[in-house]
Design a binder for this molecule. Structure first.
Ligand code: MSP
Length: 488
């Protein structure tokens, strides 16, 4: 990522409304939030755009609505609110929350479809053509599934037999783009990080197992979606509708935000939707003659070794965590458990100890000790003009190493706590001759604390600000109640 760039566009996938927000969705949204806050502090508020939202069309959503006896729109109105609430509770600083059922999005999708319909592939063929689709369709996945992907005749993710479907569809001529997508990946024009995922996508393309994909479904099988503009027997396939959100939100093709922010500087997702983002999406963008984004793929994590799912009932709601720990600590606990990109198991049972060790005894205690001593030994007076905004962990954040950024900050916290233990200022102050030494020590500690607070800004903006307010007050005072209360 280039430092001096004047804009930064960050996206998360838009989440399906057939599910409630869980800790998996929260992880993606939190990393996007940290990066957005970080870049706002680097290049200015107006130059960062952070998009999230909900994916509200398709058979899966219609099915979920039906189960609850609701009209799809009523149902999606309700569930998309639960996502907004969850992000509010986690203090997520998105610039826009897109819903695929909103008018502006639907209008622009129609415009995109019309453009694709008129376009030619690099080999001179029509980008969109009509054909018969014979396929196996898994409603759970919302996609046609290949014979080779089945386990015992069933979709391995949903443990359900797919439906056999033959229907008239409109297709996207992916075949004419595969070589170009491959070249774009190899040349770095399309960034896919980490390397393992990039190689996975290249492997997939080399295997030549990527047939042209449908951009529409017959209304009979999928009645809930955007009408295909030139064929009223068809609805737009939900993935074309969904992927478009990344540009409809910005007001493609003429919107001010679109001109300023596209291509995306960081599109976050997990590997479950890699093919759609790393093959279909770039091909669509090429057909629209648009520049390609950077895709950042994080690990898909399990809970106690199992995939999280509504059926298994092992879903952790971010709201429960926020209730127990508050938003900032919840974000800390989630981000500090594993590195971006690694496949991991979430261990919620470790959260209480981690909270007590790192926040109560680590950061909270340091703030308490330093401010208490400054208050008592120096009458609260420290010249904060000497504080420097030297943040630590910035390089790590730029490289998406969020856990490592936190570790770097916590090393400084640890170092300072040890420095206090070793120097024992409470003994030093007993002798007037040590006055300068104590002052110097407390100055260094306060100035470190200032660095710590600034470094924590993208992760814990409110706690960080609280610390900065204490340190830059006329007189430093120990906080009235501890920054992080011990868990009972
Ligand atoms: N609606 C599509 C995405 C369309 S984007 C144009 C979809 N929605 S989803 O609700 O299933 O969200 C999938 C994404 O949620 C993952 O790619 C990931 O970002 C996040 N996660 C959901 N569960 C997760 C885990 N268990 N672990 C990590 N991330 C997870 O697919």
């Amino acid at each position: 990522m280039v430092d001096k760039q004047k804009k930064f566009y960050i996206t998360t996938p838009i989440y399906y409304v057939n599910d409630k927000p869980h800790i998996g969705h929260a992880y993606t949204t939190i990393v996007a939030d940290v990066l957005a806050r970080f870049y706002r502090s680097q290049i200015g508020e107006d130059n960062v755009y952070f998009l999230t939202g909900t994916d509200e069309h398709g058979a899966k959503v219609a099915e979920a609505a039906k189960k609850q006896g609701l009209e799809p729109q009523t149902f999606t109105d309700q569930v998309s609110e639960t996502f907004k609430d969850a992000w509010k509770n986690l203090d997520i600083s998105y610039n826009y929350f897109i819903r695929t059922t909103e008018e502006k999005h639907k209008e622009i999708v129609v415009d995109i479809l019309d453009k694709l319909k008129d376009a030619k592939t690099p080999l001179g063929n029509a980008v969109i053509y009509e054909g018969d689709y014979h396929g196996l369709y898994c409603v759970g996945c919302e996609k046609f599934i290949l014979e080779s992907e089945l386990v015992n005749g069933k979709c391995p993710d949903h443990n359900k037999e797919p439906e056999k479907l033959v229907e008239k569809n409109w297709f996207f001529k992916l075949a004419d783009y595969l070589l170009r997508v491959k070249q774009a990946i190899e040349s770095g024009e399309l960034v896919i990080y980490p390397e393992t995922r990039k190689n996975e996508v290249l492997g997939l393309i080399n295997k030549q197992d990527l047939p042209d994909f449908s951009i529409s479904r017959s209304k009979k099988s999928v009645p809930w979606g955007i009408d295909l503009p030139w064929d009223d027997s068809q609805k737009t396939y939900v993935w074309v509708d969904a992927l478009s959100n990344y540009i409809t939100a910005l007001g493609y093709p003429d919107g001010k935000d679109f001109k300023k922010f596209w291509p995306a500087d960081a599109q976050f997702l997990a590997l479950d939707i890699l093919k759609f983002h790393a093959v279909y999406w770039p091909a669509i963008l090429m057909a629209l003659d648009l520049p390609l984004p950077k895709l950042y793929i994080h690990g898909f994590f399990t809970l106690d070794g199992k995939k999280m799912s509504k059926t298994l009932g092992n879903v952790i709601s971010p709201n429960e965590l926020v209730e127990k720990y508050g938003s900032e600590v919840s974000k800390y606990l989630i981000l500090s458990q594993f590195s971006f990109g690694s496949e991991s198991d979430i261990r919620v049972e470790e959260f209480p100890n981690k909270y007590n060790a790192d926040l109560v005894n680590g950061l909270g205690n340091l703030v308490n000790r330093v401010t208490n001593m400054v208050e008592q030994y120096l009458d609260g007076e420290i010249d904060h003009k000497n504080f420097k905004d030297n943040r630590v962990g910035s390089e790590e954040i730029k490289n998406l190493r969020f856990r490592e950024a936190l570790l770097t900050i916590w090393q400084l916290i640890q170092k300072d706590n040890v420095m206090i233990d070793e120097n024992k200022p409470w003994l030093l102050v007993k002798d007037e001759a040590n006055k300068d030494q104590v002052k110097k020590l407390l100055e260094e500690l306060s100035s470190d604390l200032y660095i710590i607070a600034n470094s924590l800004m993208p992760f814990m903006p409110h706690k960080a600000q609280e610390i900065i307010n204490i340190l830059t007050a006329k007189k430093i005072k120990k906080p009235e109640s501890p920054l992080f209360a011990r868990l009972k």
